[in-house]
Design a protein around this ligand. Structure first.
Ligand SMILES: Cc1ncc(COP(=O)(O)O)c(C=O)c1O
Length: 398
């Protein structure tokens, strides 16, 4: 490294603001259940993506432990270089069934699934149409692909139709989160399916927050809208409702074969460890055999949303377990989260760059594990704390 490059890095480290001062970073010291030990304090967890509690489900933990005994702690190689385990193949078959597709392929995270897939499928002659609130992994995949990217206003299918109609690109991809991770609303999937068909574009949905959560069988957004098979590329994560870690793409056999040989984030990384694979495989069985978990999640979600509204809070339109409470400035969200922590509740506060400036929020997430008493306590503590701080809470942060 040259002296000047070294100096510029140092300069950046000094001048650049970091969004989370390391001193305020809370540390998880237990399972990520509805009650957790965080930085030495027992709290109600109100911000975990562990929607169904499967990260600590006895069956899931046992499957993971047994896989370590049988297959060890690491696969020791990338998929194509000897790291593909028999249980990963089994997981891929089960994921394909779960998503009602021909085939599926596993990545080491949802992030690398999005980045590797978009980069492999699209190139500089092509055009991607991406919702403005799509997850950062989609944004990064679009950038890496070199394709032209048209960002359309959030869930605005009229604007999307206009830009699709004006596009002369030969290959077009419409890409959207199905449940938006920071707002908790659901994308207008039926309209997106229709528009993709009308304009000869492919549709890719990021089902990270819908897998195991939405739909009669927990299959995700296409299950929810009874549109199975209508998106060419379906992405999911194993790190949220499935209680483990990893990501996947479900679609046609041809798509999966293509990604196995062209997806750089598959080719150049160690395959997922057996403990994670076995946990996800068992989680899929639990989702199938214990639908009451999903019913409880939705019951809890409705209860918590209603209680917050009854307490006078303004919520963004939405129906999912992700319920943001927008307060405005990052410093206000930080103070509010601190006050709630002192009352025994952990809730993550999210500011720029995760969300636009001035729209910092508490990102509350309900799980199937919460009791009604816990949720009532949290909803009341949030509204009381907002009053105590004299905050004027508005849905848009304006
Ligand atoms: C919508 C969305 N897509 C993709 C990801 C990435 O998934 P993973 O955490 O498995 O990398 C996330 C997780 O934060 C997400 O919210």
């Amino acid at each position: 490294m040259t002296g000047s490059a070294d100096a510029s890095i140092k300069e950046r480290l000094v001048t650049e603001n970091t969004t989370t001062p390391p001193s305020s970073q809370k540390i998880l010291e237990s399972e990520p259940g509805h009650k957790c030990l965080i930085s030495g304090k027992e709290v109600i967890m109100l911000s975990s993506n562990n929607y169904l509690g499967l990260a600590s489900h006895p069956r899931v933990k046992r499957a993971s432990q047994e896989a370590i005994e049988r297959y060890g702690c690491s696969t020791g190689a990338a998929r194509r270089l000897g790291g593909l385990t028999v249980i990963q193949k089994q997981l891929e078959e089960e994921l394909a069934k779960f998503k009602s597709t021909d085939s599926a392929v596993v990545f080491t995270s949802g992030y690398t699934a999005n980045v590797g897939t978009i980069q492999a499928l699209m190139g500089k002659e092509d055009m991607i149409f991406s919702d403005e609130l799509n997850h950062a992994s989609i944004v990064d995949g679009c950038r890496l692909s070199g394709a032209r990217v048209e960002v359309f206003p959030h869930c605005d299918t009229v604007a999307l139709e206009r830009i699709l109609a004006n596009s002369r690109a030969r290959k077009k991809l419409v890409v959207t989160d199905s449940v938006f991770s920071m707002n908790g609303d659901i994308a207008p999937i039926p309209d997106l399916v229709r528009l993709a068909g009308e304009f000869n574009a492919s549709l890719m949905v990021d089902d990270a927050h819908a897998t195991g959560v939405l739909g009669e069988h927990g299959g995700g957004c296409l299950d929810h809208f009874h549109l199975e098979g209508q998106a060419e590329v379906v992405m999911g994560t194993l790190g949220k409702a499935l209680g483990s870690v990893g990501g996947f793409i479900a679609g046609s056999s041809r798509l999966v074969e293509f990604l196995e040989s062209k997806g750089r984030s598959i080719l150049f990384t160690t395959a997922l460890p057996p403990a994670a694979v076995a946990a996800s495989l068992e989680a899929l069985m639990v989702i199938r055999e214990e639908p009451e978990l999903r019913r409880k999640l939705w019951h809890n979600t409705t209860f918590f949303r209603d209680r917050l509204k009854r307490n006078g809070l303004h919520l963004l339109p939405g129906e999912t377990p992700i319920i943001p409470i927008i307060v405005g400035e990052t410093s206000q969200a930080e103070r509010l989260a601190g006050l709630l922590f002192s009352k025994g509740i952990f809730v993550s506060r999210v500011g720029y760059p995760y969300v636009p400036e001035g729209q910092a929020r508490l990102r509350t997430i309900v799980s199937a594990q919460h009791t009604t008493e816990e949720l009532a306590y949290c909803a009341d503590a949030i509204s009381e704390s907002i009053k105590e701080m004299g905050l004027e809470q508005k849905p848009s942060g304006q």
